[in-house]
Design a protein around this ligand. Structure first.
Ligand SMILES: C[S@@+](CC[C@H](N)C(=O)[O-])C[C@H]1O[C@@H](n2cnc3c(N)ncnc32)[C@H](O)[C@@H]1O
Length: 426
């Protein structure tokens, strides 16, 4: 396919996402099934146009003075892929599949700096106050960084390999060490139509040498700081991303209990644990089986269900679907999970609360709410651990109080994550 056909396909997929309110990945997959002639390079390019369009949907529509799918796709090529109106016209000149060009006069005369602030930041207007509360005068820079393309991050599995070995095995993919996480490996996002490598097809992946995991997720697992021999519970284990990281940093010694209220989400963990060579993880899908662990565990991690605002770069459609009601629903789930999980912490032990959201409602305010009802827990300084673990030269996350941490694309060049460590005093 030439560029015009890829643009037309992206327009079709964007219209499908809008009309049927469905996740991007599902719409792209369906398009691929219905157009089997399209090669993997075509699919990657179409996917890139669709994701880029959604990441900057508001600013594209404002600058084009047109919110149609066609306008968004043209804006991607002109604002993000390095084309000028002239080079794009030449590229599409004899391409019979190219969509008819929209009116480009607004794009040529408007300046983004004159747009409303939420349009400049490409976030829903009603979320500006939450961003301001978290990032103060840096909120716009933070919002804009959340509209960028994410890198592909991996974690070397020290139970089977080490970072250098994995980087060497993935030499062709332009892989290098991440700046913060101890076992992190990064493959650059690339630009335009460029395709990320399918690392899970590599033999080194099949052998369990690495996991796919955003550097932010690795960092919060590093900050849990479990020691060899300790008893740890990953209370919202999901597919086990953090369970695997905890098990590896404990060098297969001690015990990690992995629990999730949703059995379907937990199911993939079994195969992942096997491939990674973990021998110290017990998976629980029935909460009653954990009764004997109450008040016994050294560390309990609550990687709470959240709105996922920290992952907007990877799932930009969710940025435009989030509602105040979604946040409200999450708040109750988060308090429930944190309260239930806290019952397993031994006196003197640690409760860790993590979200992949940057909204203070789900983060510092949830901690304050929890502490009001549970005064026997006390927040510890995670910033001190950050410096010890990653050194003074590592990029610094945000911190409202020098204790809890908020990682973001702009500050740490990772997905957005919130991290808080609390000690059970009695
Ligand atoms: C952010 S995801 C976990 C991701 C996972 N830790 C990882 O690193 O891949 C949140 C998980 O919390 C689970 N969950 C929600 N409420 C829960 C509760 N009350 N108790 C236990 N798990 C819960 C959800 O099923 C979901 O899998």
């Amino acid at each position: 396919m030439r560029l015009g056909g890829r643009m037309a396909a992206a327009i079709e997929v964007l219209a499908d996402i809008e009309a049927r309110k469905r996740p991007v990945a599902d719409a792209l997959k369906d398009w691929g099934l219905a157009h089997r002639f399209a090669g993997s390079g075509d699919r990657a390019a179409i996917g890139n146009i669709v994701y880029d369009a959604l990441r900057m949907r508001l600013s594209h529509a404002w600058l084009m003075d047109d919110e149609s799918e066609t306008a968004l796709v043209y804006a991607v090529l002109l604002r993000q892929w390095g084309f000028t109106p002239e080079t794009l016209e030449v590229e599409l000149a004899d391409d019979k599949f190219a969509p008819a060009a929209p009116d480009l006069s607004a794009l040529q005369s408007r300046q983004l700096s004159q747009a409303p602030a939420h349009v400049q930041g490409d976030i829903p207007e009603w979320l500006v106050s939450s961003f301001e509360a978290c990032f103060a005068e840096e909120w716009l820079k933070e919002a804009q960084a959340m509209a960028g393309r994410p890198t592909l991050d991996l974690r070397a599995n020290t139970l089977k390999a080490n970072r250098e070995k994995v980087i060497k095995a993935l030499e062709r993919s332009n892989a290098g060490a991440t700046r913060i996480a101890r076992q992190g490996i990064r493959i650059p996002a690339g630009d335009g139509a460029s395709r990320l490598p399918n690392v899970t097809a590599e033999l080194s992946f099949q052998k369990g040498w690495f996991e796919v995991q955003d550097e932010g997720s690795q960092i919060v697992a590093d900050l849990v700081l479990p020691k060899e021999g300790q008893q740890v519970l990953d209370y919202c284990a999901g597919g086990g991303g953090k369970t695997l990281a905890l098990s590896a940093s404990m060098n297969n010694k001690g015990q990690v209990h992995a629990y999730d209220a949703d059995r379907k989400r937990l199911a993939p963990i079994i195969e992942r644990l096997r491939r990674a060579g973990t021998r110290n993880v017990q998976v629980h899908d029935n909460i009653k089986d954990m009764d004997s662990l109450k008040e016994k565990l050294d560390i309990v991690l609550v990687d709470a269900p959240c709105t996922g605002t920290g992952t907007w770069r990877r799932r930009p459609d969710t940025k435009w679907r989030i509602t105040p009601r979604n946040i409200e629903e999450r708040l109750d789930q988060q308090q429930d999970a944190m309260t239930s999980a806290s019952a397993y912490v031994r006196p003197g032990g640690t409760l860790v609360y993590v979200t992949c959201s940057v909204l203070p409602e789900e983060n510092d305010r949830q901690i304050a709410r929890f502490l009001e009802r549970n005064p026997h827990f006390e927040v510890q300084s995670a910033l001190a651990d950050w410096k010890t673990l990653f050194g003074d030269n590592a990029p610094q996350p945000h911190s409202a109080n020098d204790k809890t941490l908020t990682l973001t694309p702009a500050s740490t060049d990772t997905d957005g994550f919130f991290f808080c460590k609390m000690k059970r005093m009695a």
